[in-house]
Design a protein around this ligand. Structure first.
Ligand code: UN1
Length: 537
């Protein structure tokens, strides 16, 4: 029978959830006994839940539980593992609306986007359910008779996962579902911004039949906390694979630890995603694309629009129209209205980091096109603001112009509702500007010209490209990941992520009944004398 969710009153209409670690199929508090609050990003008074602040001992226990579960799980037939992954998708579908409301409540994402995020988990589960009936290896011809060659995918062992708060359930599902489908077991440290969503995801996995210890969840902080402890467990030999989504700075550290242990981590890092709008583009469509790419989720997506690259003949009109749309959008408490384009900054750190970029832009000599900046308060709130601005970290949308490739503003990921406009003359300059930042996650180009479409697809340095669409829009069956500072070349989603959680095993079976050595005992026959073609000369 399903366990009852433990909650406590928190003064709000909805009680707060008592989150525990999930280790070896059991709920546990952290050994230190310390807990932290997860407050709604929209309204810092609403305690969505309290969660254990775990440390090294808790993470080690989770690694041991994952290692204990590994032999049986990796030996479970892949179609059976796939069936369980599929049931996770069914259970998420069953709870979709409630989970979407929780994503909205805990991290402050609009309901439309929250529903999209939960749908992404369902799509991922259904995709990997059927992969359980594929996981193909190959039969390969040998150089020698009576000998057969095979390739098999083998699982890696215990996979440690560290995820961010901006996609608190979709991105974890991109990692956990293919990892367990391919036979690995998992220790997951979710974002401290979203422990309740993570806890319920764990409960749903349990409900769907994920055996004890196959997925273990340890809550707590990143640096100096459970996240760092997971990395320490790589050095201790307790973890065979790391998958990390977060900043480029932390990704480099993860890469160092994994590198010295001869492991390849999956790193999904930052972006400064360009959107090019050429003179022949459908401006109506492009303005809406820029609005959603730049300001949806308050710009807190790794695929958010950074540099908006406008072709000179349409630049003035485009900026005017984008500014008009920015004056019309609703900002505010996403739990109170479904029409809000974006809600709060997810936490104080993201807010403070966003505020720092104004100094950078001024030092660069760029110009602000938007009028009001920084934190939205009761005194300065736009007329259509929804809810109480002082209750969360709400900020005005920001648009800069006069940005060039030599400015910090065009090179730095800001992670907030801000777009930096670069103006160019024609395709060649547009492509150069689109490639000016050291990142290369996503990209977009608006044009109706097939030659420019082809040239953009071939010339852009990015892991993902949209033609006439936003910089977002990953789908569960397409590869997700970047180049340059956006990652290390590993990919999530689709068939490509399977390479991240398996290694190839080459096997040969010799039934010849005698020793026959590759290369040495191979009979290629003799070449005859060359045919005399001299009479043709
Ligand atoms: C992220 O920001 O880490 O395509 C992932 C998108 C989303 C995924 C973003 N579906 O923007």
């Amino acid at each position: 029978m399903a366990r009852k969710l433990q909650t406590q009153a928190n003064g709000n209409l909805t009680p707060s959830v008592i989150v525990r670690n999930w280790v070896g199929g059991e709920e546990r508090d952290a050994t230190g006994g310390v807990r932290f609050d997860s407050r709604s990003a929209s309204n810092q008074v609403d305690v969505v839940g309290t969660a254990p602040l775990s440390g090294m001992e808790d993470v080690e226990a989770a690694c041991r539980a994952a290692a204990a579960a590994y032999p049986a799980w990796s030996a479970t037939p892949a179609p059976v593992r796939g069936e369980i992954v599929g049931r996770i998708g069914e259970a998420i579908s069953h709870h979709k609306e409630l989970l979407s409301k929780l994503v909205c409540r805990e991290i402050g994402k609009s309901m439309k986007e929250s529903r999209g995020e939960v749908q992404e988990v369902i799509d991922t589960a259904h995709f990997f359910q059927s992969e359980g009936r594929r996981l193909y290896g190959q039969t390969v011809h040998s150089e020698m008779p009576n000998k057969e060659l095979f390739t098999y995918r083998r699982s890696l062992g215990v996979a440690g996962m560290i995820t961010a708060g901006n996609f608190p359930i979709a991105v974890p599902s991109w990692k956990i579902l293919p990892a367990i489908l391919t036979g690995n077991t998992v220790v997951w440290k979710p974002s401290e911004d979203a422990p309740v969503i993570a806890y319920l995801f764990g409960r749903i996995m349990e409900e769907a039949g994920v055996p004890a210890g196959v997925v273990n969840i340890v809550h707590g902080a990143g640096g100096g906390g459970a996240g760092e402890a997971i990395l320490a467990c790589v050095d201790k030999g307790l973890i065979q694979k790391i998958s990390f989504t977060g900043s480029t700075a932390v990704g480099r550290k993860v890469g160092e630890v994994c590198g010295r242990n001869l492991q390849i981590p999956s790193l999904e890092l930052g972006g400064k995603n360009p959107m090019v709008v050429l003179r022949d583009a459908n401006i109506d469509v492009a303005v809406e694309g820029a609005l959603f790419s730049g300001y949806g989720t308050a710009g807190q997506r790794c695929t958010s629009l950074g540099n908006l690259i406008l072709d000179k003949p349409i630049a003035a009109e485009f900026k005017a129209r984008l500014l008009k749309r920015l004056s019309e959008i609703k900002i505010g408490d996403v739990t109170k209205s479904e029409d809000v384009l974006y809600g709060p900054m997810i936490n104080q750190r993201f807010y403070e980091n966003f505020m720092k970029h104004f100094e950078m832009g001024k030092a660069d000599g760029a110009r602000l096109l938007t009028e009001k900046h920084g934190r939205i308060t009761k005194e300065n709130a736009p007329a259509n603001f929804v809810g109480d601005p002082d209750a969360g970290y709400y900020v005005f949308p920001t648009l800069w112009e006069g940005v060039t490739a030599d400015m910090k503003l065009s090179q730095t990921e800001i992670f907030g509702p801000v777009v930096t406009v670069m103006e160019v003359d024609g395709f060649a300059e547009a492509l150069a500007a689109a490639n000016c930042a050291p990142y290369g996650l996503s990209s977009s180009c608006y044009t109706m010209n097939p030659t420019d479409i082809l040239r953009f697809k071939n010339g852009i340095h990015a892991g993902m490209t949209s033609i006439n669409n936003t910089t977002n829009g990953a789908e569960a069956h397409m590869p997700f990941g970047g180049v340059g500072w956006s990652g290390n070349g590993t990919r999530e989603s689709g068939v490509w992520v399977i390479d991240a959680y398996t290694r190839w095993h080459a096997v040969n079976e010799d039934l010849a009944g005698k020793l026959q050595l590759a290369q040495m005992d191979v009979d290629f026959g003799e070449t005859k004398e060359p045919t005399d073609l001299s009479f043709l000369a």
